[in-house]
Design a protein. Structure first.
Length: 281
């Protein structure tokens, strides 16, 4: 529950400030003809809960209201399959558009992966090349939020990036290597699933890198914070806008001992901030 309440408090301010105090109308969600949710440009929020029943999945989708939010939070104590709060700005059709913010929690369905819980927050501002760059204070607020969450709850991996939207539930590195969390999560104590502007490592990964002092002395990271769990939060550059070119390579080389040994397949669309080489041990 703390994940959702903290994320809304620290990341969703621009949306919450414009939601009506009494809540949103539910007619739009229930309209079989797919009618508009509300006026163009207004804010919207839907609350989705997918649970695992005895024989099949159950699904609940509600528009935001104080009552529905409290009910949503009461279910967050035990994420069965997936929960998400999606904030959006209604487009010219009156449907969910951008800017948008999705805050979610997901538990894999295979029994052998049920011990994992993925927490995700995705902010979409618009179309690449047509939207103004994100102000530096926005990723900084997200970095502070990620650090607070990593210090509170033991994490085996985490990241903050501006190149991951097309990778879906995978990291950019998993995308180009054609692997999935089911493949990489069992290796989290010795290998990282990817690398980005901010990368959260497990305790085992930090040990393989020689410990926090060795990482700091390496010079690849502007900040390296050791976590109570034994892992670390590694920030490549002071600002997200500076994480390009040589900065990406420095992170790649610093994390070489804990990266998959084979080179990832090059991305034809140049979507990701990755080095398409095999790491040198």
């Amino acid at each position: 529950m703390d994940w959702f309440t903290d994320a809304v408090e620290r990341l969703a301010g621009e949306f919450m400030a414009e939601l009506p105090a009494a809540g949103l109308p539910s007619e739009g969600l229930r309209d079989p003809a797919g009618g508009p949710f509300g006026p163009v440009g207004s804010r919207w929020c839907s609350l989705l809960v997918i649970g695992q029943g005895e024989r099949r999945l159950s699904k609940s989708l509600r528009a935001w209201s104080p009552k529905n939010w409290e009910r949503f939070l009461s279910q967050a104590a035990d994420v069965s399959v997936e929960m998400s709060a999606k904030f959006s700005t209604l487009n010219r059709f009156g449907h969910a558009g951008v800017p948008s913010l999705t805050i979610s929690a997901y538990r894999p369905r295979p029994p052998e992966a049920r011990q994992w819980l993925r927490l995700d927050a995705t902010y979409v501002v618009g179309t690449l090349g047509e939207t103004a760059p994100i102000p530096d204070e926005v990723p900084e607020a997200w970095r502070e939020f990620l650090l607070a969450q990593a210090e509170r709850s033991p994490a085996v991996f985490g990241f903050l990036a501006d190149d991951a939207i097309s990778a879906g539930t995978r990291t950019p590195l998993e995308d180009v290597r054609a692997t999935f969390p089911d493949d990489t999560l069992p290796l989290s104590d010795s290998q990282i699933r990817g690398y980005s502007w901010v990368t959260v490592t497990s305790a085992g990964v930090l040990q393989r890198l020689g410990g926090i002092e060795a990482v700091r002395k390496g010079g690849a990271f502007a900040s390296a914070v050791e976590l109570p769990s034994g892992g670390a939060v590694l920030q490549a550059t002071p600002r997200l806008s500076e994480y390009e070119g040589d900065a990406v390579r420095q992170v790649f080389e610093a994390l070489a001992p804990v990266l998959p040994e084979d080179a990832p397949w090059p991305d034809d669309f140049n979507r990701f901030k990755l080095i398409y080489e095999a790491p040198r041990r």
